[in-house]
Design a protein. Structure first.
Length: 268
């Protein structure tokens, strides 16, 4: 079995509580496949191209792919050919503009892959805090994120908490049950006992916390949402590219929140 070391991270947009950690995607494939991680933001476009690798092999660099031709276009007009920067990373200065739909075409070693994504409006976070909640006789620390949903349209969000620059918790969220209202996402962090015991997964005093909120399109949401079912369904995420590669292309607006975790500031 082979796995792709995607630094992607998402879980249930329907549940209020998220307790998933960053994962390596365990693709159920025996033959080597290409893996694309393509992100277009309001600032630029970055694509990482690699191949699947054996589960027991930790040297991801040798699976990064050079020599691909990547072309960005919109409404049939070519916008740019991405430049290669090393270690499987391709770059373009092209910025995503709402509400344009973009196409990414990739050609590598006789293979062709293509995907589309539509740029969204900027997300509007309205609050972030840490709170204690009593669960089964234990005090549990949650991170609570609130977003002012955009009225009059269907919106999808991806949220990722980083701990000292490393992925910590993640979730996807849809406004289908409360369009135009304030949306809430709770991230399960750890117990009070975990903090006292110095557990490696617990938040500790003076931890740097970054919250990334992306507004994504439905196609991206469906792909990320399908990731949460991988372990239970025994399948890969749904196809986001044509041509048979794994991975995704997502155009999104992103907003970041930054703070330092202090235990005495956690709310009851």
């Amino acid at each position: 079995m082979k796995t792709s070391r995607l630094s992607l991270l998402y879980i249930s947009g329907l549940l209020l509580v998220s307790c998933e950690k960053e994962i390596n995607l365990d693709y159920h494939e025996t033959a080597e496949k290409y893996v694309v991680e393509a992100r277009m933001t309001q600032d630029n476009t970055i694509v990482r191209l690699s191949t699947t690798q054996p589960v027991t092999d930790n040297d991801s660099y040798q699976y990064e792919v050079a020599g691909a031709v990547m072309v960005l276009s919109s409404d049939g007009e070519v916008l740019d050919t991405l430049s290669y920067e090393g270690r499987g990373r391709y770059f373009s200065k092209v910025k995503g503009i709402f509400p344009n739909t973009y196409t990414l075409d990739i050609e590598v070693e006789g293979h062709r892959f293509s995907s589309q994504s539509t740029m969204q409006r900027a997300p509007r976070p309205s609050g972030f805090r840490f709170v204690w909640k009593e669960m089964v006789g234990r005090r549990i620390l949650f991170a609570e994120l609130k977003i002012d949903d955009i009225p009059g349209e269907v919106n999808y969000y991806f949220m990722h908490i980083y701990r000292n620059g490393i992925g910590y918790r993640w979730a996807v969220l849809s406004d289908e049950h409360g369009p135009g209202q304030e949306l809430q996402q709770l991230f399960h962090c750890c117990s009070e006992d975990d903090i006292k015991d110095g557990d490696s997964d617990a938040l500790q005093e003076n931890t740097r916390v970054t919250v990334e909120i992306r507004s994504i399109d439905r196609r991206s949401y469906d792909y990320f949402y399908s990731m949460q079912t991988m372990s239970s369904a025994g399948t890969n995420p749904i196809q986001n590219f044509s041509g048979g590669c794994l991975g995704y292309f997502s155009a999104y607006n992103v907003v970041e929140l930054n703070e330092v975790f202090h235990l005495d500031e956690v709310e009851e």
